[in-house]
Design a protein around this ligand. Structure first.
Ligand SMILES: [Zn+2]
Length: 292
């Protein structure tokens, strides 16, 4: 029963579908709006403004030139509308402007179409000095190569490492798991986070199907997490809700089995099967049955 939750996030689902499933599509669209700001608002305005942050549903626009503060303020309805059009729903409910000295350092964004490097560090790569250890390591690793390619390979490795170091110095980071570019503040990338979540969700689902009566505290203990682990608390509630809704739906359309009814009672009451008399289970299920 309730097999469907296992299937999501697997091959075949597009990234937007996975994001939507995890209620991350809107935040992701907003994230993209930051990048596409010039397109959304027009190059002229984007020249002296940028999306600085979002606080709940209020978007904070950094304004580089104080002269433009008033102009932008008068334009705030329009900005809100343009952002919502771009995001695809009424996510932005207000706009606030703050004076800002300079634009933030360029960040490399990941798009649904693939990765995009918005800005390479320029001029720095040449200045990077590689450590003796690194140079020696590459020399060692290339020494077994045929002579005519040995030097070339070493040079390539040096260039690559220099580039990596200079990008790191500029605040660019790779996802340690998959190598995708990370946005500022991320330690692993969005897709790896989602994958991780799907994996954990499946574990949570499997455990709750075995013991639907687990209270949050028992569950946390059982799965080897701690109460402060917000992801597990979230997944516990989410999986329970998913299971309960699916069972109720089945009962509503009269396509439930006695096992479904028992499962629903277990999930809702968090009691064990021996604690639940048959009558009680049946009555509970009947509450959700469609009235003729
Ligand atoms: Zn990753």
């Amino acid at each position: 029963m309730v097999k469907r939750t296992h299937e999501m996030g697997k091959a075949g689902l597009s990234i937007p579908a996975v994001l939507k499933e995890n209620k991350l599509l809107t935040p992701f669209r907003f994230f993209q709006a930051k990048r596409d700001w010039p397109q959304i608002i027009g190059k002229q305005i984007a020249k002296y403004s940028y999306i600085k942050d979002v606080d709940k549903n209020c978007v904070i626009i950094g304004v580089l030139n104080p002269v433009w503060m008033n102009q932008l303020f008068m334009y705030s309805q329009e900005i809100q509308k343009k952002l919502n059009d771009y995001i695809g729903e009424d996510f932005v409910q207000s706009v606030r402007f703050v004076r800002s000295g300079k634009k933030p350092a360029p960040v490399v964004y990941e798009t649904l179409e693939g990765e995009e490097e918005s800005d390479y560090p320029r001029g720095r790569i040449r200045d990077v000095v590689l450590s003796d250890d690194y140079v020696q390591m590459v020399r060692q690793e290339t020494c077994h190569l045929p002579e005519r390619i040995r030097g070339k390979m070493a040079a390539l490795r040096f260039a690559q490492e220099k580039r990596r170091l200079s990008m790191e110095a500029e605040g660019f980071r790779h996802c340690p798991r998959c190598g995708r570019w990370l946005a500022k503040g991320e330690t692993i990338c969005l897709l790896c986070r989602l994958e991780d979540r799907q994996h954990k969700k499946k574990l949570v689902h499997d455990l709750l199907i075995q013991m639907p009566w687990l209270s949050l505290d028992q569950f946390v203990h059982e799965i080897g997490a701690v109460r402060s682990d917000r992801l597990y608390v979230e997944l516990y509630n989410e999986v329970r809700r998913d299971c309960i809704y699916k069972l109720i739906e089945r009962i509503h359309y009269d396509s439930d089995t006695p096992e479904d009814d028992l499962f629903l009672a277990l999930f809702i009451t968090r009691k064990t099967p021996v604690e639940l008399p048959d009558d009680y289970v049946r009555n509970l299920a009947n509450r959700y049955r469609k009235k003729e």
